[in-house]
Design a protein around this ligand. Structure first.
Ligand code: NDP
Ligand code: 8X3
Length: 253
């Protein structure tokens, strides 16, 4: 039976690269995101390789998530792998200067959205059983604090702990769960984080030799195709050019 992957946030960055990677291997694709035209482009690009089903979906809307899952075509079921990838960071400034609505947007997307999709697809993943996987896209920001990360990092800490806790409850079902935690990767992520500041995005990635979306897609495919008895609980990946800094001390002047 052909495997099927359900990808949230397939319209850009890691999700779009993953759609291409899984299609190359002949997996059936279920692709979601809010931008219809980008889903249409993916459908055109990948339909010659595999079966592609797309649906506009805002993961924050649990009613819409459930409706999409209930309407999935039978020949795409059951789901083999869920890539919980949709997410964003906003407001890179200090916490005390942030609009509360930006915090809410990150919580609603990175936490509530991921939970909505997971809940809706768990029965299908359990039906698949051995070999099924949930790959939750966390971040190094979920483990390591830094200025301007505030709710973004905290939301990714949720992703890590939720992934571990899911493993406990799914024990015996065959469904694996991984917290995939990338570091600096060049996508539209920084454009979104800075609300469209292309110069800031270019400056961040300039000379950094950051991870690419394809680098992460390759790891997603690796995780989804491990032997069924192998589960990687957390996979943290940085570009070689990135590392930790010493603690900062604010001295009296
Ligand atoms: P992009 O901005 O390139 O892609 C983000 C994707 O998420 C888009 O496809 C977007 O689609 C989708 N998305 C955002 N909000 C929603 C929503 N409410 N409903 C449905 N889809 C949504 O960034 P990345 O590819 O870099 O980000 C993917 C994931 O990786 C995110 O969870 C991010 O936090 C995480 N990450 C990114 C890192 C990086 O350095 N790039 C490092 C570590 C983690 P659309 O707008 O069409 O809805
Ligand atoms: C995004 C990676 O380094 O900007 O999750 O926190 S980083």
């Amino acid at each position: 039976m052909t495997s099927t992957v359900f990808i949230t946030g397939a319209t850009s960055g890691f999700g779009r690269a993953a759609a291409h990677r899984f299609a190359k291997a002949g997996w059936k694709l279920i692709l979601c995101g809010r931008r219809q035209e980008r889903l249409d482009t993916l459908q055109q690009e990948l339909s010659s390789l595999t079966d592609v089903y797309t649906h506009v979906l805002d993961v924050r809307d649990s009613t819409a998530v459930n409706a999409v899952v209930e309407a999935l075509p039978k020949d795409f079921l059951p789901i083999t792998s869920l890539l919980n990838n949709a997410g964003l960071a906003l407001a890179p400034q200090a916490a005390q200067n942030v609009d509360l609505s930006d915090w809410h947007t990150m919580i609603d997307t990175n936490i509530t959205g991921l939970v909505n999709v997971t809940h809706a697809l768990l029965p299908s993943l359990i039906e698949t059983g051995a070999g099924a996987s949930i790959i939750n896209v966390g971040s190094i920001a979920g483990q390591w604090p830094y200025p301007g990360s505030h709710v973004y990092g905290a939301s990714k800490a949720f992703v890590q702990q939720f992934s571990y806790n899911l493993r406990c409850d799914l024990l015996g079902t065959g469904v694996r769960v991984t917290d995939l935690a990338p570091g600096l990767a060049e996508t539209e992520f920084t454009l979104v984080r800075t609300k469209g500041d292309q110069a800031a995005s270019d400056a961040l990635y300039e000379g950094a030799n950051a991870l690419s979306a394809d680098d992460i897609a390759e790891q997603m495919f690796y995780l989804a195709t491990l032997p069924p008895h192998v589960c990687i609980n957390r996979l943290e990946i940085m570009p070689t050019t990135q590392a930790w800094s010493p603690f900062t001390v604010k001295r009296q002047s």
